[in-house]
Every structure is written in C-alpha cells, then in structure tokens.
Design a protein around this ligand. Sequence first.
Ligand code: BMA
Length: 871
Amino acid sequence: MCHHLLTLIALASEAKRPSLGVDVISLNGKWQLMNSNSSVSVSAEVPGCVHTTLQRQGFISQDPYYRFNDLAYRWISLDNWTYTTSFSVPSHVRGKGKAVLVFEGVDTVSTISLNGLTIGKTDNMFRRYDFDVTGLLKDEENVLQVWIMSAVTYASQRSHAHTEYRVPPDCPPPVQKGECHVNFIRKAQSSFSWDWGPSFPTLGIWKGVRLEVFNTSRVLSYTTSPKYDSEHSSWTVEVELFFDVFVASKGLVHLSIPLLQSEAEFQLSLTPGQSEKSFVLQLNQSVSLWWPFGHGEQFLYYLTIDVSLEGGETFNVAFRTVELVQEPIPSSPGLSFYFRINGKPIFLKGSNWIPVHAFQDQVTTDMITILLRSAQKANMNALRVWGGGVYEQDIFYSLCDMYGIMIWQDFMFACALYPTEKDFIQTVREEVTQQVRRLKSHPSVVIWSGNNENEAAIATDWFNIPVTVRPLYVKDYVHLYVENIRDIVLQEDSTRPFLVSSPTNGVESEKEGWVAKDPYDPHYGDTHFYSYYKDCWDWTAFPRTRFASEYGFQSWPSLSTLSKVSVSSDWDFSSNFSAHRQHHEDGNQQMLKQAELHYILPNSTDPLQKYRDTIYITQVMQAQCVKIQTEFYRRSRSDIVEGKGHTMGTLYWQLNDIWQGPSWSSVEFGGKWKMLHYWATDFYAPILSAGVEDKGDLLIYGVSDSHSETHNVKLHSWSSFNAVCSLESNVTTIKAGGSTLVFQYSISALLTQCGNCTRRSCIVTFHLSSPEGQMISPHNHIFLSSPRYAEGLQKPNITDTGIVQNFFVTLHCSFPAVYVWLDVDNIPGHFDVNGFLMLSKKSTVIFGAWRPTTAEEITSNLHITSLRDVY
Ligand code: BMA
C-alpha cells in the first residue's frame, strides 16, 4: 500500500507582518521583571526569559550552565514572575476600529492584564495568542503586565487534579535531576530535564509582543502549497489567506510568480470574524524542481501575494512532491517504508535535532547556521526535529529549504502518556493548527509525526500499566494523536504524509488500532534501537530495519568545551562533576565498557592527560560504533535477508547538544565537531565502500545514492606504510541507488596470500575508483581484530612541522597511526579530515577557521593524539 501524496510544497517567508491599513506598535525591548515577593526587581529584555535576564543583570553571578548551577538556581523556576511594561498609543491609531495585542510566544502559564484588567491567559508555549483590547487603550501610560506562574508548580497542580487515573511518568529518573509531571504542561518536554540535558523549566516571554490596530481587516497568516497534477503533468500553487475581519469589505488578490510568467487575480469578499480564503494559481510553464541535498538543486521561486486591502508579501515557493511508500516487498513479509521525492526513492541520511539551548532566547541565527551547515558538510540530507523539544524558528526551516535538508517534523510530545482533558485537547488543537499553517509552506518539511516513542511506551509497557486498564490509555492515545492531531493535519495539509508516532509500524500500526503489538517490528515502519553493553562491532546484532530513525552511543565533549563550565578539580572521570553532568543511568560506565572491548583504556599517570585521553577514547568508541551501524544500514538498502532489509533511512541520535555534557551528539555545544561528525562525512558519502566480516569472509560493498550506475571498482588492501599487498575486484558496476557486493574473499586465504599478515598485525583498507583510476568513494578500512590486540602498532611519534597560512597542518609520524585526532581547543572551525588512519609518513590536513586566527594561535593550541598515545 502506498500514500500517494503527489503534491508540491511552497515556502513562505519569515513571520507574517500585518501591512497596509494596520498600525503596528512593537512592544519588544525593555520591560521590568519582578519575582513574587518583590525581592528581585530588574529590567528585562523581551523576547527573553527570567534566567537570561537574571544572568545579564548580574542578579545571579554565574552562568546557569556552570558546574552544578542547574541545582543551585532551581529556585528561579519555582518562583512566579511578573513582566511589566508601559506604552503610549497615538490618538490617531487609537481611534481605529479594532486593537489586538499579539503575543508570539509566552513560556508558559500566564495571566495577562492591561491597565489593571485581565485580558487573557496562556497555557501553551507553542501557540501565538491574540487578545482583543479594543476600547481598553489610553493615549499614554498603558500598563501591560504578564504574570507567569512557575511551570513546575502548574504541572504538579494539574497532575494532582487528575485524580481518576495516573498519567505517567510522574517524575524523570533521579539521575536526570529534573522536575516532575512535564507531560501536564505544553512546554518543551526536555525543559524539566532529559537524559542529555539539564532541568531549566524556563519562564518568560520568549517571542515578540506587538499591538495591531486596524479599521477593516488584518491578515493572520499565509500559506502556499504547490500541488502536482500527474494527469496533466502540471503544477498549481494553492494560496491560503487567514483574515481577522472587523468590517465587511471587498477587494482583490493578485498572485504572481514572475520567473514562471504566471499570474492571476481574484475577487475577495470578507465578512466580519475570522475568515479563510484560498486561491489557486495555475502555472503556465514547466518548473525546476527542489531536490534534497546530493540529488539536485534547491530551486526557490519568488511568489508575490498582493491583497488590495492589505498590501503585498513575497514568499519563496519551491516545487517538489513527497510520498511515503508503504507497499509489499517481494520475498519479505511486511511493508516497505521509504520516501519518494519527485518520483525518485531517496535514502534519508542524517540525524536527530534537539533544542539548541535551554534558554531559547539565546539561540542565534549563527548557531543554527553552524549546525545546519555542519549537517550538510557531513553529507546529511535529513534531520528529525525530535518531539521533546520545540518547533524550531522560521529561519531554521528557511535554511533547510536552502540547504536541501529534509525535515521529519515531530509534534512536541515525547516519552510519556498525556492527559486528554478538554482544555488540554483544545490548546493542543490550536497549537497544531498554528504550527501546520506556519510550517507547511517549507519544501524541507517532508513528514509530520505525532509524537516520540509514545506508541512504544504503551505497547511495550514502559510504565507498568495493568493490562486491565490499558484500553483506557490506548483510548486516550488515539484520541490525542489520531482523532485530534492527525485529524487537524489531514485537514490543514494534504501535501505530505503524517505518521502517528516514531517508532511505528505505519499502516500496520493503524490496522492494529494505532498501537501495534510491536512498534519496533523491523518489517514495518521505522525503528529506534539502542544497545550499549553488547559489542557494537557485531553488526549481526542490529535490527535490519526498513528505516533507522534513532540509534547511537554517548561520548564526552572535548575539554575545551567542558572547561567553560568547570574547574580543574572536575577534570576527572570519577569526579562529582562527571557524575552530575551524566544524565543517563550508568552512562559513564557504558562508554568505558564499550570502549574496553576494543581498546586499551587510557592509563597516563598525569591525571589531566588521562582525563583528556578518556574523553578521546569515548569519542573513538562512539565514532566507530555509529559508523559500523550506519554502514550496516546503508548496505542493507538492497538486501532482503530472512525477510528483512530494504533499509531506506538512517537518522542517528543525535546531531547537537543543549549544554556541555556527555551525550549521543556528534556536534558539541558551541559547534565543535566530535570525531563522529568527521566520520559521518565519510559514512554518509554519496558513494560509500563498506567492509564487513561475515562467516570468515571479507565482504566489501559499494553503496550508491546516485540515480545512475557507477563503474569500475578497485580495491586496495593490507597496508603498513607500504601496502603488503593490493587486490582489485572484478566487479565493475555499482547499482544506482543500491548496494552491491563488489568483493568477497576468505580472510584466511587473504592472510596467507598477503605475506606475513595475521589478523592482529595488519589492517585492510579499500576504496572505489572510476575506470580512469579516480577515487569515487572515501578511503575506508576494517580491522580484523580489536586494536587492543594489535601487534606491531607502535607509538607513532606524530609531530607537526609548522602550520602555514590557510592552515595546512603537515604531520609526520614514524609508524602507522590509528584514530589520529587533532584538537585546537577553543579556536572555532573544523579540519577537512580528523580521527583518521595515517598510513603514510607524512600527511597534510587543513583547518578551516570560523573567525580570524593565525598559524601561531593554531600551533600553540594544537593537540595531536592517536590510539597508541593513550596507553
Ligand atoms: C530516544 C530519544 C530520546 C533520548 C534518546 C537517548 O529515546 O527519543 O528520548 O534522548 O533515546 O536515550
């Protein structure tokens, strides 16, 4: 079975501003902030939050991220806070018919008053609120107050008021040092702590505030949805306009895409109240399509919408179709699960996105850009905006549109059951409607998904719910995600697929009443898979899934990142700090245990060196484990083994960090790349050569994302400085958009043929090359035994012989070296390669700096480590 969603998506520009005929007074800027007993009174920036304000005003002397401050500053979130401002409204503005106060985002539970009168309340940080204040304004000194209740107190009260049955979990595991009942409040679920992040239940006015005054009408939002008519092979763009109308009026709407020489004019007739109008622009020309990164260009066209009563707006529009294909696969039970973009099957390569900061007001466009560029540089074409964080800001989606990064967009529900009281459902309905209208015009968004792991939570009984009452929870689940969220999304957006959960069995889950018996079934939908203690080199233990939307391993971030929030006495793996920052039960042990399976753990007698080396070994382990697992999934794209396979997506957990602590991320807080991120560049390369050992044979696969065939495969193997021997495969074609076994050889035969090699003394390297001898895949290698047992691996004595402008770093070593790692501490930027295998005496890497720096600065900060240097 397959969802036919042959539609085209348009991309809207940033926050919609009311125009002609609407007077707008911005209320952003300086406000006053006070706590409940008035002992704190400071001036505050809006948009902003209480924590940021107290830090900037010097009321708290330290960075909330510093050492143990998440606990020390807990009081901030337990207090209630009031924001106050006053403003004037010129009388010619005040004289207009209708006045509305618009809050783009309040975090979270507030009562808002104007000139002493309550004008409204908020309970959902993901919604915009518009309050009618007609007749309540004065010329001068209008006092606007936002009283914000502690989110922790509110969540606790709501949970206690829910007496009929439990809505678990009550509290996060103690190791997270977090707050309870976050599922009762529509707020970033990770703000009460997560297994990679601190508890900072923020309070604030996190988005803009403004007054809008008008006589006739104002536009609340615009959406643009290109749609493809496959019968006529033509495109249309549907434009929706949402109005707030005060006085009935008539006018014209003019739509045009100049580059496509397409335009049209429509009559507009508005009656008082909220009003939705939609218009369809027929295109006269063929269009250039929008493609995911690595598959073509990202064409964006300008679309102008002119409303005679209101003025004009210009949007980006992009043309692409998306289908989620779930149909039978020959010789495999279950259904496929893959994305077809513009009619072509596309393998999704990427990772999962979490909030960039606990204090969202501190997230800058630069921070988002660095992360998205880093994703693209690592050859990612997809990210999943995970459901425990926030719907990202407009600029995030606009950049994804530009970079060709496909977005799997979760709704913000994660790892919990949720209440279904009327007011909760009502606020969620409004949230979902607004978010779909805000984001649906972006071509980068390719799928909506209802929640993170909540189907699995019920199906596999995370919360010990007695079987007899389970139907009640299933009913609530279906009510929230199917009868409400899904229902709204289907109504609002017919241009992309909707999934109820992740992981899920997709249409099979639907058949089983939306909660499948086993949502992790590899024959259907997507899976999440984590296993920390089992040997990650054993690829046979991974589920051969249709789509791997989460999997990963933790590592620690670099010392330069940690040193911003710690002191030297913390720099020990068994310090209180190391335990405090670790929010995942046994996380630190798991990392070392996994590393120890293949590496000798650092044993320097210098404690600081040992700490640095331990961080290094956790990053080596993480990079190696995720590489093995990802390569397994990529080469499974064509395979069906015992009915399983046809994997068409890998999104490892997780791309970014919310603070400086251990986590599954490949990019540290601040943007520094971990070893994993450098490796992702290779294991996500468009053409990959991947090696595995299977039943005593060495198998090498060529995996290609390309839509046309690739020729000629060559193999290099067995290297010391000089390869002991080198072999070439006679397979000359790699399947387009597939995985091809290009080389198979018995390992014992290979060892006998290749001089004096043993599993412990040699390593196999390989790559793919074109008929002309040009490399078409990155170099890759496979160990035939754990490096901890490697024989002949010596201290390589790596030195750099000076760094020249443009930051070429030339390295020399006296012996081959593995996992060669260059770290320049706090100098922002990244190397072209890192964490590499150095099989030549000399090798040059390039450092690309993100700010002006000098060769001297780099030299004095450069640390070089390889595996043999840590023991
Ligand atoms: C999955 C995610 C997150 C979590 C991660 C690592 O469950 O959805 O909730 O952070 O695993 O444990």
